[in-house]
Design a protein around this ligand. Structure first.
Ligand SMILES: C[S@@+](CC[C@H](N)C(=O)[O-])C[C@H]1O[C@@H](n2cnc3c(N)ncnc32)[C@H](O)[C@@H]1O
Length: 429
């Protein structure tokens, strides 16, 4: 790293925010903060409450980073008025590895206006570009959604959870590297809509690519049935990013293309188009299982393309409910030359009966409302005892067991596997 640049006075200007050296002119604002909001002060100022000590801090201690080891304490100021509205510190600087940690705090009245994101981005761009640092770490409490959102918007990527790291509480570790692509570099090429499969419910069943895109995307949308109801994909997505925005979809509306359904697709497409209008380059839509298997993403993509044909549509595969049930129940889906049929039962058990008669392994989706018909079809085909059933896989209330135990209606999130009849090893090769 270049320590002399790091210690030199700096003034970084964004659209609304300035990040700069603290000066004696900040004394009045600093005193007001000491009185009203001491919790936002840098740690080195905790307990310093008389004017003389504050003046010393501003004129001697702050410009001379040596006093605290190598670190800088900067002012976050409002661009219009240049008044002090918060602090940003780059500390725990390790010149041997070119790493440091960043922390910031804003006055309460100034929060939620984009100052934090802008200040963080300005300071980190400067530290990584001009001061020669390679890695900046940022740690936040696991329930501090606003802070996580700020980190992601400023180009940080989530690495994982540090258990019990701060007063016995868990922290999420984020980092930004000098080599990371930032939003500013990613302005070439078409805007992208990416459908991301996040698996049936277990947050561990998500691909590394899905996690990376969830964190890098400008906007993350998740389908929900009602605005105040947490979505199924949402609970998985929230394990990896704080920026999930809900889009209301008539997810289990029956009866084909209902008016309610069509309006939901259009509304969701409008949200995506709006995000592109606001400058987003990558919008991702998270969907349970795989986005190419009975997913709402297909319809959303069609509607978005109709409104904006230049959008590049991509998908990231996800683990399907049938794969998860196979794993959890120890069932082999297909081997050798066996066929595998996946049948949705929205319109009744007719297609299911046909598949039982003609295919080796048969998987049923969407049979919540016709469970008794399914049981009867299995009995008639003599395959009830082989079949396994799984409801709410990977979610609270998961239920996996033999299909013969199904008694009455089952939840919408239910999957059934009727494995091929296998008599000997390799018999179907
Ligand atoms: C609209 S489809 C979505 C399929 C999903 N895209 C996939 O790749 O598995 C909904 C059906 O998937 C199955 N499903 C999805 N998630 C499930 C879960 N967590 N547990 C059991 N079944 C699930 C159920 O059969 C449900 O009716």
């Amino acid at each position: 790293m270049n320590e002399s640049v790091f210690r030199r006075p700096v003034r970084l200007a964004g659209e609304r925010t300035i990040v700069r050296q603290l000066t004696l002119d900040d004394a009045a604002a600093l005193v007001a903060i000491v009185r009203a909001e001491p919790e936002i002060l840098p740690k080195t100022l905790h307990g310093v409450d008389d004017a003389e000590a504050l003046a010393h801090w501003l004129t001697v201690a702050v410009p001379n980073g040596q006093r605290f080891g190598v670190s800088v304490h900067l002012a976050i100021a409002d661009r219009e008025t240049d008044t002090l509205i918060g602090f940003l510190g780059l500390f725990r600087v390790d010149a041997a590895h070119d790493t440091c940690e960043v922390g910031y705090a804003l006055r309460r009245a100034e929060r939620g206006r984009g100052h934090a994101t802008e200040a963080l981005r300005l300071a980190c761009d400067w530290a990584l570009r001009d001061c020669g640092l390679h890695r900046i770490e940022l740690r936040t409490l696991t329930d501090n959604i606003a802070s996580m959102r700020v980190a992601e918007k400023a180009g940080f990527r989530r690495e994982g959870v540090q258990r019990g790291a701060s007063e016995h509480r868990d922290l999420v570790m984020f980092s930004r590297l000098a080599t990371d692509a930032t939003g500013a570099d990613a302005t070439d090429g078409p805007v992208r809509l990416v459908g991301i499969g996040v698996g049936p419910g277990d947050p561990e069943l998500v691909t590394a690519k899905a996690v990376r895109l969830l964190q890098e995307a400008d906007v993350v949308l998740v389908p929900v049935m009602a605005p105040d109801e947490p979505g199924r994909a949402e609970s998985v997505v929230r394990e990896y990013t704080a920026k999930a925005e809900r889009v209301v979809f008539a997810l289990n509306d029956r009866g084909g293309v209902t008016e309610k359904r069509a309006a939901a697709w259009d509304g969701a497409a409008a949200r995506v188009l709006e995000a592109f209008e606001r400058g987003a380059r990558t919008v991702v839509f998270a969907t349970i299982g795989d986005p190419n298997v009975y997913s709402t993403f297909t319809y959303l993509a069609q509607s978005v393309r109709a409104g904006r044909p230049d959008v590049a549509v991509e998908t990231v595969p996800g683990i399907t409910a049938m794969q998860d049930l196979a794993a959890r129940s120890g069932t082999v889906l297909a081997e050798g030359a066996e066929s595998l049929a996946l049948v949705p039962l929205t319109a009744g058990a007719g297609g299911f009966r046909e598949a039982l008669a003609t295919c080796d392994t048969v998987v049923a989706y969407k049979f919540g409302s016709v469970a008794p018909e399914v049981t009867q079809a299995l009995k008639d085909a003599g395959r009830l005892d082989d079949a396994v059933y799984g409801a709410r896989l990977g979610l609270p209330g998961e239920d996996v067991g033999p299909a013969s135990a199904i008694d009455g209606p089952v939840p919408y999130l239910s999957t059934l596997i009727v494995p091929a009849r296998r008599t000997s090893r390799g018999g179907k090769l």
